[in-house]
Ligand binder design. Structure first.
Ligand code: SF4
Ligand code: SF4
Length: 397
């Protein structure tokens, strides 16, 4: 039987305020203010929990300024799960948080009826997207595809079947980067995997939880659990580490059961891809926070890049891209500052191409790095194993 996650109140009680978490917190590093760092936030939630602090605008700002990157938890000698406590704290504050009220309303609607919401936005994109951007409800105006990636239930069969996997598409791939999804299907099928895209997938719940909407996040979690837990598959693959983290780690906290077959594509492909040498370029890898800190996946994507024949260079001390979903809306300056720092570290490596595993990081870093490609790992795999037939190379800007 799997160990049950500890309750966040027990975690808060354990904290001895040593400050180990503060040392690795990217927002503390930028602001150098105790209440804008991990230890300060833990203390604030403890006071809020005990009724010694009341909800206020200032308290909201401190708790919502966390990126939920997870760097702090790994640094805590007592294993306090700080992002979990912060999500709970946000839940307690959400009623008093006027600044993000409209984003919350929009998100509740968009995650309940995602396809109609996408179609409505798509139809009036020249009006709606600039409006949402002007009113701080999206961090930038994205390019939208003509249609979502997932349209209906699909089972993609192969001739000589090596295995069977399900794909958890996630909203960013479904509505912003459908070509990442196409690349994943292409690679899986070429390597002999039957793929199922089940009917009924919905938002993983992370953006809702991020805003303190625990009840709504649990509702989406339960829907996804019902859809994916009944499938007879070897793995549930996602191209977004935030989705994978939700399915595996957050669902047991939200609904008492998780999808433990959910995994990042780099873990799945680690033993499947042979060595090839089709690409004579250098690359640098950007670690998405949820993959690195919360799912402890660091080596697998790097091994794949090397096996794909690229020269893997290292960047000075890998950092956060500063996206963090709603964080980039509420704390624009801080988000841009983190983004610039990380883009500079990656660019200074001198690599021909930047590779990462998260659509959010690609959106964020792609605004800063324009002189070389910023690719998802699945695009690199598709190109390196010569599976992109008759399409231009992705390795030139
Ligand atoms: S590292 Fe852990 S014990 Fe130390 S202040 Fe942070 S949460 Fe508390
Ligand atoms: S999750 Fe990240 S930003 Fe938030 S307190 Fe922890 S280290 Fe700081």
């Amino acid at each position: 039987m799997e160990a049950q996650p500890r309750l966040y109140a027990d975690d808060l009680a354990m904290c001895v305020l040593c400050g180990g978490c503060k040392a690795v917190c990217p927002t503390y590093d930028e602001e150098l203010s105790e209440s804008m760092g991990a230890r300060g936030r833990v203390r604030l939630i403890r006071e809020l929990n005990a009724g010694r602090l009341r909800p206020s605008e200032e308290l909201n700002e401190r708790l919502f300024s966390c990126i939920l990157c997870g760097a702090c938890s790994g640094a805590c000698p007592l294993g306090v799960h700080i992002p979990e406590a912060i999500c709970k704290g946000r839940g307690m504050l959400s009623g008093s948080d006027k600044k993000r009220k409209h984003v919350r309303s929009l998100l509740k609607i968009a995650t309940r009826w995602p396809d109609p919401a996408f179609r409505a936005i798509r139809m009036a994109k020249h009006i709606v997207l600039p409006f949402l951007f002007r009113h701080g409800m999206i961090p930038f105006v994205p390019e939208l595809p003509d249609a979502p990636f997932r349209r209906s239930e699909q089972v993609l069969r192969v001739n000589r079947r090596r295995g069977r996997v399900a794909v958890f598409t996630g909203c960013s791939v479904n509505y912003v980067f459908p070509h990442f999804g196409e690349s994943l299907l292409n690679v899986l099928r070429r390597f002999g995997y039957e793929v199922i895209l089940p009917k009924g997938e919905t938002c993983c719940g992370a953006p809702l939880r991020n805003l303190g909407l625990e009840k709504e996040a649990a509702d989406r979690a339960l829907k996804n659990y019902r859809v994916f837990s009944r499938l007879k598959v070897d793995a549930i693959l996602s191209l977004c580490p935030t989705c994978t983290h939700s399915l595996r780690i957050d669902y047991p906290r939200l609904i008492g059961k998780g999808l433990d077959r959910a995994m990042d594509i780099s873990v799945f492909f680690a033993d499947i891809l042979d060595k090839t040498s089709s690409i004579m370029k250098s690359a640098v890898y950007h670690d998405p926070c949820h993959l690195r800190y919360n799912l402890s996946v660091r080596q697998e994507p790097r091994d794949i890049i090397k096996r794909a024949g690229l020269d893997l260079l290292s960047a000075d001390d890998s950092g956060c891209c500063g996206f963090g979903g709603p964080f980039s809306l509420s704390f624009k300056d801080l988000s841009v500052s983190l983004r610039k720092r990380q883009a500079e570290r990656l660019s200074n490596s001198g690599a021909d191409v930047v590779v990462t595993s998260c659509p959010g990081c690609i959106l964020q870093l792609g605004q800063e790095i324009t002189d070389r490609p910023v690719l998802h790992l699945i695009e690199l795999i598709e190109e390196a194993y010569c599976l992109r037939t008759e399409q231009p190379s992705l390795l030139v800007v």
